[in-house]
Design a binder for this molecule. Structure first.
Ligand SMILES: Cc1cc2nc3c(=O)[nH]c(=O)nc-3n(C[C@H](O)[C@H](O)[C@H](O)COP(=O)(O)OP(=O)(O)OC[C@H]3O[C@@H](n4cnc5c(N)ncnc54)[C@H](O)[C@@H]3O)c2cc1C
Length: 457
C-alpha cells in the first residue's frame, strides 16, 4: 500500500481527521487529496471593480481548497446538537458535544485564542421570542471571524504539512475496493491505502452520489432549504447580535404550517455569492476585525422543504429555482422588501435611493418571479414576525437577496464509527449528509480518526 490512510477533501472534516490521526498514531503514512488549491492560492476573483460577479472558475476558491467551504466563512463554530447536523444520532449527544469542545480547544491553540464564545444560556431573548411565536434554539457559538479563521487554518496547515502528504489541485475521480484496502484513482495516477476517509463536503455532493452508486452504498435524500438572504442596518438586530452574536430562530407559518428559520447571521458583515456546480447562490460572512466590518447585518431566512415519495431529487428542485434566478438576474437578484410587498421589481434607481446600502453587487429584480408562492409567503410572514422582536426588519429598505439554498447532501448509510458497508471506508462531514456545519464536520473528523486509530492498534 502507498499509504495507511488516504483522506479525500481538505475541509474541516479532512483536516481534523488528519490532525487527530497524527496525534494518535504519528507513525502512520497519510495523504490528503484535495481538488482545490492550497490555502495561500485560494482567491475569489470578485473584487467589486474589475470582476463584479461570479465568473465560474474551474475550482471555486470559496468552496474548495485547504480549509474547504469554511475557509472564508465567518468561522462560527456552533457547539450544539440543536442544529448543524445529526452527528449525535450516530455517536450520542454527550460525545458529539465533547468532540465539538475538543475542536474548539484546538482552534484556540492554533490562533483563535481571545475570540469570543457567545451563549444563549440564560438569555432574556428566549422569552421575548416565545411571546412572539418565535423559537430561539440553544447554542454556544465561537465566533472566529473570517480573518482569524484564516489564521487558524494557516497554522493548522503549518502543523500538518510536516506530517501529512498533501496533493492539491488533485481531484479524485473514483475509489476502487482492492484486496486489503482501496485504490484512489486520480487523473494521472492512482494510489492505494488501507483506510480511506471521504470528506468531500457540499461541492463534492454529485461526485459522492456517483461513488455511492458505483459501490452500491445505500443513500437517502429528501430535504432542501430554500430562501433569501436578508440585509438590514446593523442597529436593527444589534440588541440580539451584541449578546448572542448569532441567533437561530425558528417560526412556524400560520398559512401553511411550514418551518422558516434564520440561518448564518453576520453582524456588520457582507453578503457574498457562491458557486456550487455552476449555480450561483447567495451567502454571507463577517470579519472580527472592526476595520473590515460594514454598517449592515445579514442573515438567511430559509424554508425547509421535505419531499415525500415518489419525488427524490430535492437538490434538483432547489437547483432549478436557483437557475431561474441566475437566468433572470445573471446571478443573484436583490429586491427591497417594500418593492416585494408592492408587487414591483426593484430597479437600480430604487436600490440606489434605498437607505440600506447593499454590501454585494447583485441585479435588482423581482424575487416573486423566482421563488414559489408558498416559500415566499413563508418568508414574508417570518419577516413580519421578526419585526416584532427587532423592529425595522420589515422596513421598505430591507434588502432581500435570492436565492439562498442550503443543499443537504444525500445521507449515506454508515455505522456508529461513520464506516460504510465496506470495512475501512469512512464517509464523514457534509459529504455524508450527516453534518452541515464547521463544528459537526470537524467533530466527525476527530471521531473517525479515533475509530481508525483504535482499529489499527
Ligand atoms: C460562504 C460560507 C460560509 C459558511 N459559514 C459557516 C459558518 O459560519 N459556520 C458553520 O458552521 N458553517 C459555515 N458554512 C458551512 C461550512 O463551511 C461547512 O459545513 C463545512 O466546511 C463542511 O466541512 P467538510 O469538511 O465536510 O466539507 P468542505 O468544507 O466542503 O470540504 C470538502 C473539500 O473536499 C474537496 N473535494 C470535493 N470533491 C473532491 C474530490 N472528488 N477529490 C478531492 N477533493 C474533493 C473540496 O474541494 C473541499 O475543499 C459556510 C459555508 C460557506 C460556503
Amino acid at each position: 500500500m502507498n499509504y495507511d490512510v488516504i483522506i479525500i477533501g481538505a475541509g474541516p472534516g479532512g483536516i481534523f481527521s488528519a490532525y487527530e490521526l497524527t496525534r494518535k498514531n504519528p507513525e502512520l503514512k497519510i495523504a490528503v487529496f484535495e481538488s482545490g488549491h492550497a490555502l495561500q492560492k485560494r482567491r475569489c476573483p470578485i473584487d467589486g471593480q474589475k470582476v463584479k460577479s461570479c465568473i465560474s472558475c474551474k475550482s471555486c476558491s470559496i468552496m474548495s481548497g485547504f480549509g474547504g467551504a469554511g475557509a472564508f466563512s465567518d468561522g462560527k463554530y456552533n457547539i450544539t446538537n440543536d442544529f448543524g447536523g445529526t452527528l449525535y444520532e450516530y455517536i450520542g449527544k454527550q460525545k458529539a458535544l465533547e468532540l465539538m469542545h475538543y475542536v474548539d480547544e484546538i482552534n484556540l491553540r492554533f490562533g483563535g485564542e481571545g475570540t469570543k464564545l457567545y451563549s444563549t444560556a440564560g438569555t432574556k431573548f428566549k422569552k421575548i421570542c416565545m411571546q412572539n411565536a418565535l423559537h430561539l434554539l440553544d447554542a454556544s457559538v465561537r465566533h472566529l471571524g473570517t480573518d482569524i479563521n484564516y489564521v487558524v487554518l494557516e497554522n493548522l496547515y503549518g502543523y500538518l504539512r510536516e506530517k501529512v502528504e498533501f496533493f492539491f489541485d488533485t481531484p479524485v475521480d473514483s475509489i476502487a475496493v482492492i484486496d486489503g484496502g482501496y485504490q484512489v484513482v486520480c487523473r494521472n495516477a492512482s494510489y492505494t491505502c488501507r483506510k480511506c476517509i471521504v470528506s468531500v463536503g457540499r461541492s463534492g455532493s454529485k461526485w459522492m452520489e456517483d461513488v455511492c452508486k458505483q459501490l452500491n452504498i445505500p443513500t437517502k435524500s429528501n430535504r432542501v432549504d430554500i430562501g433569501v438572504r436578508v440585509e438590514l442596518p446593523a442597529e436593527v438586530f444589534s440588541h440580539l447580535t451584541d449578546e448572542l452574536y448569532e441567533s437561530k430562530i425558528v417560526y412556524r407559518t400560520q398559512k401553511y404550517g411550514d418551518r422558516v428559520r434564520t440561518f448564518c447571521m453576520n453582524p456588520k458583515g457582507s453578503v457574498v455569492s457562491e458557486n456550487t456546480n455552476g449555480i450561483i447562490t447567495v451567502n454571507g460572512h463577517s470579519y472580527e476585525d472592526p476595520a473590515k466590518q460594514t454598517q449592515n447585518t445579514n442573515f438567511a431566512l430559509l424554508v425547509s422543504k421535505h419531499f415525500s415519495e415518489p419525488f427524490k431529487d430535492s437538490t434538483g428542485y432547489a437547483e432549478s429555482i436557483a437557475r431561474l434566478s441566475n437566468m433572470l438576474g445573471g446571478g443573484v437578484i436583490v429586491q427591497r422588501f417594500g418593492d416585494l410587498i408592492r408587487g414591483q421589481r426593484s430597479t437600480p434607481k430604487r436600490i440606489e435611493e434605498s437607505f440600506t446600502t447593499p454590501t454585494m453587487s447583485a441585479t435588482p429584480g423581482d424575487l416573486s418571479l423566482v421563488l414559489p408562492k408558498r416559500l415566499l409567503d413563508g418568508i414574508i410572514e417570518m419577516i413580519y414576525a421578526l419585526d416584532k422582536i427587532a423592529p425595522g426588519t420589515a422596513n421598505d429598505d430591507t434588502l432581500l437577496y435570492g436565492v439562498e439554498v442550503k443543499f443537504y447532501n444525500m445521507e449515506v448509510e454508515v455505522d456508529e464509527t461513520l464506516q460504510s458497508r465496506y470495512d475501512g471506508l469512512y464517509i464523514i462531514g457534509d459529504g455524508s449528509g450527516i453534518t452541515h456545519s464547521l463544528s459537526h464536520a470537524s467533530a466527525s473528523g476527530v471521531h473517525v480518526a479515533r475509530s481508525i486509530s483504535e482499529s489499527l492498534t
